[in-house]
Ligand binder design. Structure first.
Ligand SMILES: [Zn+2]
Length: 183
């Protein structure tokens, strides 16, 4: 590895972290396709499973180095989601019962939500307003933990009958959207 390569990789890494701030948007189409749109509307397709991207940089380097799209799409999704939560305020003040903290979504959950055409923001807002979804015995535990400061777990059934969980840590520093089998 040459010094130039190290510099180049550091540059890619840096830009990968700033995709959202730089005006990029991401959309998960399937496990194999995440569309990353640049601020000028040019769309690149990242394949997270095969770790490829169809941008000129990636193609020119013949896949030897990750491009910023491949490196940064997950961070981009998370930044985008956090922004949506902060911006969308369909609730009256006080309806959000607690802070969600940093929002993390697993690739499995992203793909499942995309397949079902359910925006993550909808589940996050249900969760944050104390609608814990399909949980039976845990509902009371959540209501207790909400006041006592415990971990909060919601479970939502999607149209295709798969389940997605939303978990907020006891200290409210992070909320994760995941599939039960990823827990
Ligand atoms: Zn790329």
């Amino acid at each position: 590895v040459t010094l130039d390569e190290i510099r180049m990789l550091a540059g890619v890494n840096e830009r990968a972290k700033a995709l959202f701030a730089d005006g990029y948007a991401a959309e998960v189409v399937s496990e194999y396709a995440v569309l990353v749109t640049n601020p000028h509307g040019v769309v690149y397709t990242v394949d997270p499973i095969n770790a490829t991207c169809n941008c000129a940089f990636f193609v020119k380097k013949e896949g030897a180095y990750p491009c910023k799209h491949l490196e940064g799409w997950q961070q981009l999704m998370q930044d985008q989601l956090r922004y949506q939560v902060e911006e969308s305020n369909p609730f009256e003040e006080g309806d959000m019962l607690f802070c969600l903290g940093r929002i993390i979504m697993t690739p499995g959950a992203q793909a499942t939500l995309e397949t079902n055409n359910v925006p993550a923001i909808r589940l996050l807002l249900r969760h944050a307003s104390g609608d814990w979804g399909d949980l039976e015995e845990d509902k009371k535990a959540n209501d207790f933990d909400l006041k006592a400061g415990g971990r909060l777990l919601s479970s939502y059934h999607l149209p295709d009958e798969t389940k997605v969980w939303v978990i907020t840590e006891w200290n409210r520093t992070a909320t994760t959207i995941l599939c039960p089998e990823e827990y």
